[in-house]
Design a binder for this molecule. Structure first.
Ligand code: SOE
Length: 380
């Protein structure tokens, strides 16, 4: 029988649901030493917390996260709140010796992230950041192919994350669901929200980023603020594009926007190496496109690998070959890897320290956009 690991989750939005679903499913599909127990959900509104607890099966409800992180019956704190609250909660959770899982981006900026890294490392508590796309089997397979050297020297890493949900100037900023548009709560716009994913995956595939040059734009300059009721200046970036140089000598090209009409969550990447190329698209997440120049000329071409076979990452845990899985499974995989890491005393990536490096790239991108200059990424 797996040992219970008591979870206290803070926040009940989109990510609260994605994580809760993963906690509930993980032991049905993975053989693990630990079993998450949904002990408590915390939200400011008792009614909403109670409704969430009833839906997902949490045993209790808190309305003050400070009480939750002090509770003796909680082993793990899961931070699913807006970005401006991550640091304070994580520091308190570390002081209380809790394991911590934190939503991305880790913090509002590199300095905050550094304090969070120090706190979890000083406390010696397992920690991880929910950069879930690493655990989409096709994305994990891409990393495996790169590690095996199939691409050879890498020349280009290209990624985009395109959405279109904020085009209307009537959309307010701030408050539940719309805090991503409020700079005070989010820190930045698409840079921290979407490019953070692309950077995390890119660093995982292709190593560290040395320098960046970026531009950002805020297309809608003022929006009504849900918390004050007043029309206020918009402080987030609606779009961001940057070029970078990776440490391995390859060139990076990244773009994100919430103004790409027709695209809901089009996260794509393409990697070009001396022998082979790889491409992936979130809208078709179970496929990995692969081109290998070493194939005989008569049959050479892009092949579309349907990632559903048991010898492909994570797929031995699911159905039979040919039957695909989806977005929510990336979170199940992440919990499985975390619990496995706890059992083996070997932390699953990305830890806070790893996510801190991503935060430093985000800082450099935003700095470069302000200065209009190539900017060196600080060393963590
Ligand atoms: C924004 O719309 C968002 O929900 C991000 O916050 C998530 O991290 C991303 O995976 C999907 O888009």
């Amino acid at each position: 029988m797996a040992k219970p690991l008591n979870v206290g989750i803070i926040g009940y939005g989109f990510m609260g649901r994605a994580h809760s679903n993963a906690y509930r499913k993980v032991n049905h599909f993975f053989d693990l030493e630990y079993r998450p127990v949904l002990k408590a959900v915390c939200a400011r509104s008792a009614d909403k917390a109670r409704a969430f607890a009833d839906t997902w099966g949490y045993e209790s409800v808190e309305t003050d996260w400070r009480k939750l992180v002090e509770r003796k019956d909680i082993d793990l704190i899961d931070v699913c709140t807006p970005n401006n609250t991550h640091a304070e909660i994580a520091l308190a959770a570390a002081r209380n010796q809790k394991m911590i899982l934190c939503e991305k981006p880790l913090a509002m900026n590199g300095e905050q992230a550094r304090q969070m890294v120090e706190a979890v490392e000083k406390a010696g508590v397992p920690n991880m950041v929910w950069y879930n796309y690493r655990r989409v089997p096709a994305v994990t397979l891409a990393r495996k192919l790169i590690e095996e050297g199939r691409l050879g020297r890498i020349f280009h890493y290209r990624a985009q994350f395109l959405q279109d949900w904020t085009i209307s100037p009537e959309l307010p900023q701030g408050g539940t669901a719309l805090w991503r548009l409020d700079a005070a709560a989010a820190g930045s716009g698409v840079t921290g929200d979407l490019l953070a994913h692309c950077i995390d995956t890119a660093r995982w595939h292709n190593g560290e980023v040395d320098t960046v040059t970026a531009m950002t734009e805020t297309f809608v300059k003022e929006r009504k603020h849900n918390l004050t009721g007043k029309v206020e200046k918009v402080g987030i970036d609606d779009a961001c594009a940057f070029l970078c140089r990776f440490h391995n000598g390859s060139l990076g090209n990244f773009e994100s926007t919430r103004y790409a009409r027709g695209h809901k969550a089009l996260y794509t990447f393409e990697i070009n190496g001396e022998h082979a190329s790889i491409a992936w698209d979130l809208h078709d997440l179970h496929r990995l496109e692969y081109f290998d120049h070493r194939d005989p000329g008569v049959i050479r071409g892009w092949r579309s690998i349907h990632v559903t076979d048991p010898d492909q990452p994570y797929m031995d845990r699911w159905w039979v070959p040919g039957l695909q899985i989806g977005y929510e499974h990336s979170f199940v995989h992440q919990v499985a890897d975390f619990l496995d890491g706890v059992a083996r005393g070997k932390p699953a990536e990305p830890t806070f320290r790893d996510a801190y490096e991503t935060q430093l790239v985000l800082d450099a991108v935003l700095q470069s956009a302000r200065d209009g200059k190539w900017t060196k990424v600080a060393q963590g």
